[in-house]
Design a protein around this ligand. Structure first.
Ligand SMILES: Cc1cc2nc3c(=O)[nH]c(=O)nc-3n(C[C@H](O)[C@H](O)[C@H](O)COP(=O)(O)OP(=O)(O)OC[C@H]3O[C@@H](n4cnc5c(N)ncnc54)[C@H](O)[C@@H]3O)c2cc1C
Length: 278
């Protein structure tokens, strides 16, 4: 903001931000995301999880692979710094685009560390604003990133607590079909359609795809097949590294799977929202 006015005299820059991926290029021209190096703790955690799974205490879907997301404060800061310096500039224009050969594109990969409470979302917003004011990032990308945090992340948090427990069972379209086994078990190789195959394989191998495959490919597919919304939400929760009930329910039940849920009225006694999203 510039006083009471939006910087650039517009409230959003969506018109500048809906670029298709560059033609003929396998990826975006941005720095690689920061990736962690596994250490003894990762080894121990992996051994524990494998032992618990063998003993029948837990069960997982997907394929194990190197850890790709920050789990300490220092790692979270490194991820954010690399994003701010080398990736933010192209965040806006390509945020809604998908490329089979570039699964990260210019996304920040910060939802998991933010949900773990390792980064304060508001401080990320301020640092992004500072980058714009210092001339290090264009307004269209900065506006888009800030809006994802305060316009979506924060919004879904309040939707979840405001609407209360019954929101989860909202099913205005009366979708009743169970999830097929190939979807529940992330059996991407059972899918012939290239787009769905690739997205499902990324979930299987990495536990993460960005917002557009989640919404436009997975959520939309589930909506069209009439799969039960709470089962779809559980599936997202189970398969994604950043899965938390508060963000899943608002995104899956509210946005992807039951679009008419927006008309749902709050329960008479909405839950009080805690102060931390972790
Ligand atoms: C069906 C569906 C399920 C989702 N489930 C989750 C979930 O369980 N946990 C989760 O953290 N996010 C969820 N999201 C939101 C979003 O897809 C992820 O936050 C994002 O893809 C994480 O990658 P990133 O950090 O690189 O995000 P970026 O694309 O870099 O976005 C920046 C930040 O904005 C916030 N954000 C962006 N979009 C949303 C959104 N729709 N709702 C809330 N916050 C948003 C996140 O904090 C994210 O880190 C879901 C979206 C959809 C459509």
């Amino acid at each position: 903001m510039e006083g009471a006015q939006p910087a650039g005299s517009r409230w959003n820059f969506d018109a500048d931000n809906r670029e298709p991926p560059p033609k003929g290029s396998p990826g975006l021209d941005v720095s690689d995301p920061w990736l962690p190096e596994e250490d003894d703790i990762d080894e121990q955690v992996r051994a524990d999880l494998n032992r618990w799974e063998r003993g029948g205490r837990v069960s997982f879907v997907g394929r194990d692979g190197p850890r790709e997301f920050a789990v300490t404060r220092a790692e979270a800061l490194s991820t954010f710094e690399v994003f701010l310096r080398g990736r933010l500039a192209l965040f806006g224009p390509y945020e809604d685009a998908m490329l089979a050969s570039d699964r990260w594109m210019s996304h920040s990969m910060l939802s998991a560390p933010m949900n773990f409470d390792l980064l304060d979302p508001l401080k990320c917003v301020s640092a992004t604003d500072d980058a714009y004011r210092a001339g290090h990032a264009p307004l269209a990308s900065v506006e888009r990133y800030i809006r994802q945090i305060i316009g979506w992340r924060d919004y879904t948090w309040h939707v979840y607590w405001h609407f209360g427990e019954a929101y989860r069972d909202r099913n205005k379209l009366m979708a009743k079909a169970p999830l097929p086994h190939w979807f529940s078990e992330l059996d991407a190789d059972a899918v012939a359609a290239r787009c769905l195959h690739d997205v499902l394989a990324d979930v299987r191998d990495h536990g993460w795809v960005h917002r557009v495959p989640r919404l436009m490919v997975l959520g939309n597919y589930a909506l069209q097949r009439g799969w039960q919304p709470p089962a779809v939400a559980d599936w997202f929760h189970r398969c994604f590294v950043d899965g938390y009930d508060w963000v899943m329910i608002a995104n899956v039940i509210g946005m992807s799977n039951t679009p008419m849920a927006a008309r749902w009225r709050p329960s008479p006694t909405p839950r009080a929202a805690p102060t931390s999203t972790a």
